[in-house]
Design a protein around this ligand. Sequence first.
Ligand SMILES: O=c1nc2n(C[C@H](O)[C@H](O)[C@H](O)CO)c3cc(O)ccc3cc-2c(=O)[nH]1
Length: 330
Amino acid sequence: MQITVLSGGVGGARFVRGLVTSLHQRGEEGADDATDTVTVIGNTGDDITLFGLRVCPDLDSLLYTLGGAVDETQGWGREGDTRLLMEELGALGVQPQWFGLGDKDLGTHVARSLWLAQGATLSQVTDRLARRWGLPEQGVRLLPATDTPIETHVVVPDGDGERAIHFQEWWVRHGASLPALRFTVAGLAQAAPAPGVLEAIRGADVVLLPPSNPVVSIGIILGVPGVRDALRGTRAPVVGVSPLIGGRPVRGHADACLAPLGVEVSAAGVAGLYADLLDGWLVDDADAGATYPSRVAVRSLDLLMRDTEGAARIAGAALDLAAELAGGTR
Ligand SMILES: O=c1nc2n(C[C@H](O)[C@H](O)[C@H](O)CO)c3cc(O)ccc3cc-2c(=O)[nH]1
């Protein structure tokens, strides 16, 4: 089975790890007899250049989580990392200090930046990093949504006017507390989908949308020219998992991202954002009673991903709903 996942950072990475576990469990139970491959299309709108280094937070959260090396408490960065380089940069007065880069994590950014400077594409760089973290052995292929550098900016009020700041400055430095007037994505209109992205959507048996941020993670991937049309046109069932439970994000600031779009902060509001491409939608039991787009098959369950087993249970439910939809028993 060819499974394609559109993913942001922490929530998406935990979901994909659960998906890999679920596929493994199903294989052992004999539920799936064919080889499964999982293609993950990762958001690159969060990417930022700091100290001359290209940092790709969502791709790195996927790599470290699947590689068993992530800081589990944070969901990003490396387990047991140190901050010696950042401390030295701070002593030298080098800014910014609000984005914490660990020493081992910096190895990834140095390697990525070096390979990019040598002419490799982000896809090629990501492939090298994926090998380092054993993704192929798990049947996982990680593709950036685009090789074109893109960056999400947030337009915030500034006196009588407004100004745009990098998404990371808004999210990390200000904790998404500055009211966002709108999001803009530099480079997005001219961006091309990375090699394999459209094929992975068109040729999939199942497309999954994890509980990632619908605006600044999945929304950015959908904005890469050609991606949304490919999702609308694919024969594969598209099944999503709500990132909101009872009107609140499980983690992160999805509520602050939905507000400027005028979208209701709820599982139904997010389903509405995907209504043109979504076939199945998993919501928490708390949201079972809401009204959803009529063409979408909705199922409810406990959506809290407490651990990998919990993520596997949710990913398994998404696969079950996709199978149900593919079988025409909706
Ligand atoms: O809240 C934070 N998130 C940090 N993140 C997480 C991250 O930038 C955001 O959670 C995502 O971009 C939102 O999806 C990092 C991710 C990396 O890959 C590398 C470094 C950081 C550093 C921070 C940080 O200092 N504070």
